[in-house]
Design a protein around this ligand. Structure first.
Ligand code: FAD
Length: 400
């Protein structure tokens, strides 16, 4: 069967690519391996807690997410934006909840900060850069754990230039926002468009070049042909699926590793938790990197938390024990729990050179590659790449 454009992967990168193509008049088929769309956007609905949900992955959008906001405008979804209540994170260290600033060594920060003017983020790791400008002890006790919590993996070698890139803010939009039923409303709204067809539970066996186009072989035996292809899957999957003749592209993608995250979701009755509302926890020395609460959109009956654990550190029961210990709760009071696997790219300094090599290998082909492993891991970073790749792929059509 023939299609003009096929996207592989129905996370925000793939759905964003489908959205831009559909808006430019290119009908698009999206193939997704799992039986739900959204990838790392996963507003998990607990089976026995009414319509209460907790984010298992992405939890916050900002008014600096211009590409995302433009998509929401296209889809008339701006009236669904729900400001997030302010809440503060706590530091979880030596079995105690502490204010975040308890990890700060002010004198060391004061002495180190003048180095800011002389330091460049280019080609520096997070540990090099922030360790220099705020001091090694501040990095060890506060910034290192905070970055680790942010990217849900050991963060020392992460490229400094890919964290906190300045983007203009939309002042007419809440600084931090979500949706009444969680961020999963975003992929759902994109996928509802008539020009986009999404097929879930699609296992792809391989992709082969066919003239300028591609043939996609599904495990079920079907074969689909397309003129243009967008891969929007993690780098290890992209490297496996890339057609054989694109050897340079494959070599570049092969350089990018992935980090596994074991996410535990727990829900409690409001009355069973003796803990003020919090945004979440930054762990300094426990088996989890961070925890994110659902307190930003309070529910009358339930409270929910997502704990992001290092892979293989604890078994399922011990994870529940560790989460309850940090929250000052009893395991017997957990109303429901769920274990979910998350994955994020483990980017390293010098990453932009890998991206340059990949882009050189893709130039002139009908293949786009997008994802959260180009300019950073945020939803906006992923969509920025999807929009750029869309412009490259369909520039003739857009200009003509
Ligand atoms: C715990 C956590 C918290 C986060 N918090 C935030 C936040 O608050 N704000 C923010 O901006 N960002 C956040 N992020 C980052 C952001 O959510 C992700 O970077 C982004 O959603 C990734 O989108 P993606 O489409 O590139 O990849 P993914 O979401 O990973 O999507 C890839 C898709 O491809 C599918 N796939 C894989 N293999 C195949 C195959 N062979 N065939 C077909 N389909 C396949 C997968 O099933 C998946 O649906 C968070 C991420 C995590 C994990």
């Amino acid at each position: 069967m023939d299609f003009e454009h096929i996207v592989v992967g129905a996370g925000i990168s793939g759905l964003g690519a489908a959205h831009f193509a559909a808006r430019a008049g290119v009908p698009t088929l999206v193939l997704e391996r799992s039986n739900r769309i959204g990838g790392c956007i996963n507003s998990h609905q607990f089976a026995n807690c009414g319509d209460f949900w907790t984010e298992a992955g992405s939890h916050t959008c900002f008014n600096s997410y211009g590409t995302l906001i433009s998509i929401l405008e296209d889809l008339d979804q701006l009236d669904r934006l729900t400001p997030k209540a302010d809440g503060s994170y706590r530091l979880w260290r030596q079995d105690q909840l502490r204010p975040v600033l308890s990890g700060l060594h002010p004198l060391e920060a004061l002495i180190s900060l003048p180095r800011l003017a002389r330091r460049s983020k280019a080609d520096a790791s997070v540990a090099d850069y922030y360790g220099a400008i705020l001091g090694r002890r501040n990095y060890r006790d506060l910034l290192g754990p905070a970055f680790q919590a942010l990217v849900c993996q050991p963060a020392d070698d992460y490229p400094a230039e890919l964290l906190f890139r300045r983007k203009p803010r939309r002042k007419d939009i809440a600084r931090k926002f979500t949706f009444p039923r969680g961020l999963s409303e975003i992929p759902a709204a994109i996928a509802r468009q008539p020009e986009i067809e999404v097929r879930t539970a699609q296992e792809i066996r391989g992709i082969v070049g066919d003239g300028n186009g591609f043939r996609i072989q599904l495990t079920a035996g079907d074969e689909l042909r397309c003129d243009y292809l967008t891969l929007a899957v993690p780098p290890d999957v992209a490297a496996r699926l890339l057609p054989k003749h694109l050897t340079n592209a494959k070599a570049a993608v092969d350089e990018i590793a992935m980090a596994e995250i074991e996410t535990l979701l727990v829900a409690f009755r409001v009355a069973d938790l003796d803990l003020p509302a919090i945004a979440g926890l930054i762990s300094v020395d426990d088996a989890f990197y961070s925890a994110v609460s659902r307190d930003f959109l309070p529910d009358e009956q339930y409270r929910g938390f997502a704990f992001h654990f290092r892979p293989g550190a604890l078994d399922a029961e011990a994870q529940i024990g560790a989460a309850c210990h940090a929250l000052g709760a009893r395991p017997a009071d957990v109303v429901e729990n769920a274990h979910i696997g998350n994955r994020l790219p483990a980017l390293r300094k010098g990453h932009h050179r890998t991206v340059e090599r990949l882009d050189a290998a893709l130039a002139g082909t009908h293949l786009a590659i997008t994802g959260n492993w180009f300019y950073g891991v945020s939803l906006e970073d992923a969509l920025t790449r999807s929009r750029q790749e869309h412009q490259r792929l369909f520039s003739n059509r857009l200009n003509g």
